[in-house]
Design a protein around this ligand. Structure first.
Ligand SMILES: CC(C)(COP(=O)(O)OP(=O)(O)OC[C@H]1O[C@@H](n2cnc3c(N)ncnc32)[C@H](O)[C@@H]1OP(=O)(O)O)[C@@H](O)C(=O)NCCC(=O)NCCS
Length: 204
């Protein structure tokens, strides 16, 4: 595990490559995986039609950083998927291109075997290799905290929506991160078009 002067560690580079541990392979998605990945994610999110729509639109949106998708496969079967898409950090000095990690899904029959963690680790390694400084997400801090994500507000980052609970707004700082990178995380337009930013609780 490699240390960093700003405190993060890049342990995701230790042992996470496109391996076949446990009969599963985690690898970059190909066009041939697309439909199966969307269907699997739809089911993992409780038959939510927004999820495959979000994946499709993020994949096809023109953006300064290319979308990066990864799948977990058991033989020919797609059992996990994660997508990184372009976002921005509105920093005082300049706009910074960052990635947003969303959505992440593992088929229910294949959960709790470390596939979610391996997908996230593989995505982070790819973002780091591309020289991207930051990966943001909205999610369960207990889950993503184990994968090296930290509460983003602790580093001067501001959430894109007041509806995101502070602990759920999380960041992973990568090697290209520098402390001047503070400011508001701005989601890609696709997330707004589909109303996929923040929890929209009808009771509020
Ligand atoms: C979240 C998800 C991707 C995890 O996939 P996975 O392959 O089971 O993840 P891992 O095997 O790496 O980790 C499993 C562990 O995470 C825990 N976990 C899963 N979801 C969690 C959550 N929301 N909060 C806290 N812990 C969670 C599991 O209980 C399990 O804990 P254990 O190891 O102590 O038993 C999967 O449950 C899923 O697809 N859920 C539906 C879609 C979803 O919610 N996506 C995330 C959106 S932010």
């Amino acid at each position: 595990m490699t240390g960093h002067e700003d405190g993060y560690t890049d342990g995701y580079t230790d042992g996470y490559k496109y391996g076949y541990e446990d009969g599963y392979q985690v690898r970059p998605e190909t066009p041939g995986d697309a439909a199966a990945a969307e269907r699997m994610a739809y089911e993992a999110f409780g038959d939510d039609p927004l999820i495959p729509e979000l994946i499709r639109r993020l994949r096809s949106a023109g953006a300064p950083l290319p979308p990066l998708g990864f799948v977990a496969v058991a033989g020919e079967l797609v059992v996990g998927h994660v997508l990184l898409s372009h976002g921005r950090l509105d920093a005082p000095r300049e706009l910074v291109d960052v990635y947003t990690l969303s959505p992440l899904a593992v088929a229910s029959d294949h959960q709790r075997r470390g596939l979610g963690g391996r997908l996230v680790a593989t995505a982070l390694a790819a973002a780091d290799a591309a020289g991207v400084p930051l990966v943001f997400l909205e999610g369960a801090p207990d889950y993503y905290g184990r994968l090296g994500f930290e509460r983003a507000s602790a580093f001067g980052f501001r959430s894109p929506s007041l509806r995101i609970p502070d602990p759920a707004f999380q960041v992973r700082r990568l090697r290209a991160y520098a402390p001047w990178m503070t400011g508001t995380h701005v989601y890609a337009q696709t997330f707004w078009d589909l109303d996929c930013v923040g929890l929209r609780d009808p009771a509020i």
